[in-house]
Structure formats: structure tokens, C-alpha cells
Design a binder for this molecule. Structure first.
Ligand code: BGC
Length: 415
């Protein structure tokens, strides 16, 4: 038996986002949900019956329009203390959550002190428990007024976003780690493909959104650093491992172009404006005169589970010479069949990268709780903790207990 130790003070925990767990939100996505719930329920069988391994198990939920309305979600807004009790019992020393912009600034320029006080009490409670907060300012959803101005496609986005950031930072004084925007690469696709809010369909819009996000991050970075020079700021990057199959020349060319466009272009633009890199890892894509998954088992959403890919990503990110926090990694797995195996495999790969000199400082599993998986609703079960959406009861999954053992030992054991 071989034990792989993680560095001292490694951050262990999980993440959530406001819209996916809080309940009671009113933003651009809640409008979209109301408009699209019936359509999404009707198209579920066509979309998922062939891809989802346990289609029969989720069919009832996935074909019900109610599944596509975020509504009260997990009611984490009211139940955060007891959710924090669970994290504490599992030995977490870090928690990533997001502040909901539409709550804090429901009307342009008018800030809601009660909402700000709520997030402050979350931070205080985490600090009292010895859990380090990692706070995201924008995770997918936008206030409706900001959407109406054009969202990230608006010229005023950087100024408006930074004003909101400033307000939050002034109140949440105890926070050290800030994440400005979650997965810009996914966000900008909503300005190109026209499917999700703000449902724009223009290449120009997509480019402008990208540039405005870059500018917004930079401006927010300056604002945060001015208020607290010791804070650590990053953006959250969705990084995919593009594997060039058998190193064939054509595959290598495609993989390196995708690597640049999808993974590195944003990080290159933000050079000098990040104190660490926030990495979300879900996909390992094989390029072999086309695009396919690696051959491993798939999650409930049909996504291939390839823990090795994260090693290559971490190695590639070493060139930025910055600490790395894995801000998201996880799987939809209602039966908790693969979660432990996957976490173990991921951590083995992370450890391999660390042992080769990559400065990885933390792993935040996605997610703490089952949650509202935006356009798919509640059927995908990403939680270390299961949520019964009728009673709101939380049940700790066996994989969470195993994860907790890893955390408490600060190591994984190879059998
Ligand atoms: C997003 C999460 C989402 C997860 C699983 C990530 O890209 O940041 O909000 O729930 O993927 O799909």
C-alpha cells in the first residue's frame, strides 16, 4: 500500500453557485426557465434517452416541466448554517459559493443591504468554523436590468460589474480569495449560439462579450486589490484536455488550436491580473480526425469520466507560474456509483502533477449539494450530499464519507 500525501494547508472542500442552490432568485435565467420549461420537458426523451445510462430512473423527473424551474432549489439561502454543519463534519477547510448579483443590486445602482448582510453572515459563519471562503461574483446569472442593457455585450459592463464588486468587497472584508467570473468561455457561447440567456446570436456580440469580460475582470481586479492588497484574485476557467490521438500530425494541430482558443487565450489576455488560476475540469476530449470522449465509463449525463486528463491540464498550466486551485470537478451520479472512484482518480492525477512541480493548492469538488443544473433542471445529481427536493432533507452520500477520510488524512491511499 502506497500513500500519497498532499501539501500542508491544502484546501479541501466543495463548491456551489447561488442560482443553483439558493432558491428564490429573480434574474435573467428565471425568466428563461419560465419561457422554456414546457419545451425542455417535451424534448427530454429525444435528447437524453440514448445518452443517459439510467434514462428510466430519471424519465419521470426529466419530462416534468416543473423540473426546469429553479424555484426554491435547495433553499441554501435559508439553510446555509446546517449545510455548513455538514461541511464541518466532513472536515472541509474551504467552500466556494457565489454572490447573486441580482439580489445585491436588484435595480441598477440600488444596493440591497439585507442581501449584503446575508452574504456577510455566510462568510462570518465559515470563518468561525475555520472554513476558507472562495467567493465568486458572477456564476452564470445576471440581473435583468444588466441583461436589458446588453449583458456582457454592453460597453458599460466593466464599470457596472466593478461597481457591484466594490460594494461586495467592502462588506465581505474577511474574504481573501475572490473569483470574478465563472467560465467566460461558456458564457460567451450564449452570445453566439442564441440558446441560453441572453440568447444573442452574433459572432460580433460574442467577441465583444469576450473583450468586455476581459476588461471587467481587469477592472474588478484593480478594485479588489485597492481595497485589500492581500486578497488573491482569479477568474474561473473551464479547461478541457484535448488529447491528440497517437500524436498524429493532424490531431496535434487541431488539439493545439483548440487548446489555445478554448483554454489559453483568456488566460494569456489576463496575464498580470491573476494571483492564482481557478480551474474547472470536466472534459477530456480525444482528437482523432474528429472529436470523441476517452473510453471510460460515463456519468448520468453521458459525460466520459477521465481522471487522467487533469494531470495534462495542470502540467500545461505550469507555464503561467501561478498557484492553481481546482475550483470545480465532479459528476452527475445519482446512484453514487462512480463518485469515489472518480475523486480518487482525479486526486491521484493531481498528486502526480504536484510531485512534478505544479503548485496546486486546493481541490473543491462540484458540488456540495445536488443542485439545479440550469437547462437540465434537478435530475442531474452532482452532490456529495443528496437533497430530497420535497422535504429539503440532506443525506450525506457514501462517497462524501470517503472524501472526508481523504481530507482528514490529507492523503490518498493506492491499493
Ligand atoms: C458550471 C456549474 C455546473 C457544472 C456541471 C460547470 O461548468 O460552472 O455551474 O453545474 O459545470 O455542469
Amino acid at each position: 500500500m502506497n500513500t500519497l500525501k498532499f501539501p500542508k494547508n491544502f484546501y479541501w472542500g466543495a463548491g456551489t453557485s447561488a442560482h443553483q442552490v439558493e432558491g428564490g432568485n429573480d434574474n435573467d435565467w428565471t425568466d428563461w426557465e419560465k419561457e422554456n420549461a414546457v419545451r425542455l420537458a417535451k424534448s427530454a426523451a429525444r435528447k437524453y434517452s440514448k445518452v443517459v445510462p439510467d434514462w428510466n430512473g430519471i424519465k419521470m423527473q426529466a419530462t416534468d416541466p416543473g423540473n426546469y424551474i429553479s424555484g426554491r432549489a435547495c433553499d441554501h439561502y435559508a439553510l446555509f448554517e446546517s449545510d455548513f454543519d455538514i461541511m464541518e463534519s466532513l472536515g472541509f477547510n474551504a467552500y466556494r459559493f457565489s454572490v447573486e448579483w441580482s439580489r445585491v443590486e436588484p435595480v441598477k445602482g440600488r444596493f440591497d443591504n439585507r442581501a449584503l448582510a446575508h452574504y456577510k453572515s455566510m462568510v462570518d459563519s465559515l470563518k468561525d468554523r475555520g472554513i476558507e471562503p472562495f467567493v465568486t461574483f458572477n456564476h452564470v446569472t445576471l440581473p435583468k436590468w444588466f441583461r436589458d442593457l446588453g449583458g456582457w455585450d454592453s460597453k458599460s459592463a466593466p464599470v457596472l460589474f466593478s461597481r457591484y464588486v466594490k460594494r461586495v468587497v467592502k462588506i465581505l472584508r474577511g474574504v481573501k480569495f475572490w473569483l470574478t467570473i465563472n467560465e467566460p468561455i461558456i458564457t460567451i457561447s450564449n452570445y453566439l449560439l442564441g440558446i441560453f440567456p441572453p440568447q444573442k446570436k452574433s459572432v460580433f456580440s460574442c467577441f465583444r462579450a469576450f473583450n468586455n469580460i476581459v476588461a471587467s475582470h481587469k477592472m474588478a481586479y484593480a478594485v479588489i486589490k485597492k481595497l485589500n492588497k492581500n486578497s488573491q484574485v482569479s477568474i474561473v476557467s473551464h479547461i478541457t484536455f484535448f488529447e491528440a490521438y497517437k500524436n498524429r500530425l493532424f490531431n496535434c494541430l487541431v488539439a493545439s488550436s483548440l487548446n489555445y482558443l478554448w483554454n489559453f487565450r483568456l488566460l494569456d489576455k489576463l496575464s498580470g491580473y491573476m494571483d492564482f488560476i481557478g480551474v474547472n475540469y470536466y472534459f477530456h476530449t480525444r482528437i482523432n480526425y474528429g472529436v470523441s470522449w476517452c473510453d471510460n465509463p460515463v456519468s448520468d449525463m453521458g459525460w466520459a469520466l477521465c481522471p487522467e486528463g487533469i494531470y495534462f491540464i495542470l502540467k500545461a498550466l505550469k507555464k503561467y507560474n501561478l498557484p492553481i486551485i481546482i475550483t470545480e470537478n465532479g459528476l452527475a451520479d445519482a446512484r453514487d456509483k462512480y463518485r469515489s472512484w472518480y475523486i480518487h482518480g482525479i486526486l491521484k492525477s493531481v498528486h502526480r502533477a504536484i510531485s512534478e512541480g505544479v503548485d496546486v493548492r486546493g481541490y473543491l469538488h462540484w458540488s456540495l449539494l445536488d443542485n439545479f443544473e440550469v437547462d437540465k433542471g434537478f435530475w442531474p445529481r452532482f452532490g456529495l450530499v443528496e437533497v430530497n427536493y420535497k422535504t429539503l432533507k440532506r443525506i450525506i452520500r457514501p462517497s462524501a464519507v470517503k472524501y472526508s477520510d481523504i481530507i482528514k488524512a490529507n492523503s490518498i491511499v493506492l491499493e
